[in-house]
Write a protein that binds this ligand. Structure first.
Ligand code: MRU
Length: 351
């Protein structure tokens, strides 16, 4: 990003704050009308906050889990890192089990663990530095991806995004929403559409709020309006984030992403996935191998905690789906752009 980019205007929200003795999470269950931080002082409180979606978005849950390890370390006495590693194992397992699909969670925990295994008597300090590094690197990656992704977009384009991939889902700036921020600032994006993202409404409650905070004009659509919108030709790029990108480029993201990719291909719009390399999982060969989280049907049976569906009906609530690589035009990470991803191209970029 050139020096003139106004981050103070486009990057003001911070969902995760480390105070030195607690982790404060901007409680995303309460947005947009209540802006309140949830204070966590133990790793189990962090795991519970991740599971309950007080903090959500693949990079944000990885960063939160890293700080959760720092909190767990406060409850352990050990002479060095390897000794601490054995004692921290149960807390790390509970953090890892908080949500299954986004690989950033396991990635961040593995990275914390690796730093512990080589640490001496200053292992607590090493963990704290590692958590801060994970957070700082995510912010830097997002800013770089903003530049790389925006460069793919022709001036005056319309874009459609899904879920929330902004500051709230990351250390700051965002992945897909970072590209949109950069693209708007550069005049490449003339119109932003955001899908409401049923059932949890990350688009309606969170993305719309972030765009409004930045003063970026945007139009909310019902998820079911997407194909109709694409048919009008108003959208040149569908831009989304990711929870796990497999070795062959198949990509898990918020439920509803797959149908957008199909509709984009049908109507000649292009499809961009934006995620830090911490979301790339070369150990998972393809989308079939990804565990898709299924959440409480209650999320689907009401809105904002108010039941809207007759009693007695059952509901199925998978919260992610997999977009096959052949529907993806570009995967943007901080390492560069992989166009028309295949196993060979992914191996070239990430092995
Ligand atoms: O269930 P959520 O809200 O955690 O799902 C979030 C998404 O699917 C995002 O698109 C993804 O994590 C990328 S966020 C930069």
């Amino acid at each position: 990003m050139n020096d003139a980019f106004d981050y103070a205007r486009y990057d003001r929200i911070r969902p995760i704050r480390w105070t030195g003795d607690a982790l404060e999470l901007l409680d995303q269950r309460k947005l947009p009308f209540t802006v309140e931080y949830l204070r966590c002082t133990s790793s189990d409180e962090v795991a519970a906050a991740i599971h309950a979606l007080a903090v959500r978005g693949a990079p944000a849950i990885g960063i939160s889990a890293a700080w959760g390890v720092v909190l767990a370390a406060r409850e352990v006495q050990a002479a060095d890192g390897p000794q601490a590693d054995a004692l921290l194992e149960p807390a790390l397992q509970r953090l890892n089990a908080a949500r299954p699909t986004a690989v950033n969670l396991a990635w961040a925990l593995a990275r914390m663990r690796a730093s512990l295994l080589t640490a001496g008597s200053d292992w607590q300090q090493v963990l704290e530095q590692q958590a801060q590094r994970i957070s700082d690197e995510d912010l830097a990656a997002n800013r770089h991806m903003g530049e790389l992704g925006a460069a793919l977009i022709a001036p005056g384009s319309g874009v459609l995004t899904h879920c929330n991939t902004g500051s709230l889902a990351t250390a700051g700036f965002g992945t897909a929403l970072g590209v949109i921020r950069a693209g708007v600032a550069q005049g490449r994006i003339g119109q932003v559409y955001a899908g409401e993202t049923r059932p949890w409404q990350q688009g309606a409650r969170l993305t719309a709020w972030e765009l409004q905070q930045d003063g970026i004009p945007a139009t909310l659509i019902a998820d079911s309006a997407a194909s109709h919108l694409l048919k009008t030709g108003a959208v040149q790029w569908v831009i989304v984030g990711a929870d796990r990108i497999c070795a062959n480029g198949d990509t898990a993201n918020k439920i509803g992403t797959y149908q957008l990719a199909i509709a984009a291909r049908h109507h000649g719009a292009r499809f961009m996935v934006v995620a830090p390399s911490s979301t790339v999982d070369m150990a998972t060969p393809n989308g079939e191998a990804i565990e898709i989280e299924e959440r409480d049907p209650a999320e689907l049976l009401g809105i904002g905690g108010v039941r809207t569906v007759a009693e007695g009906i059952s509901a199925w609530n998978p919260v992610f789906d997999v977009t096959p690589a052949d529907l993806i035009d570009a995967i943007v990470t901080e390492k560069g752009v992989v166009e028309k991803p295949t196993l060979a191209l992914m191996q070239q970029a990430f092995s």
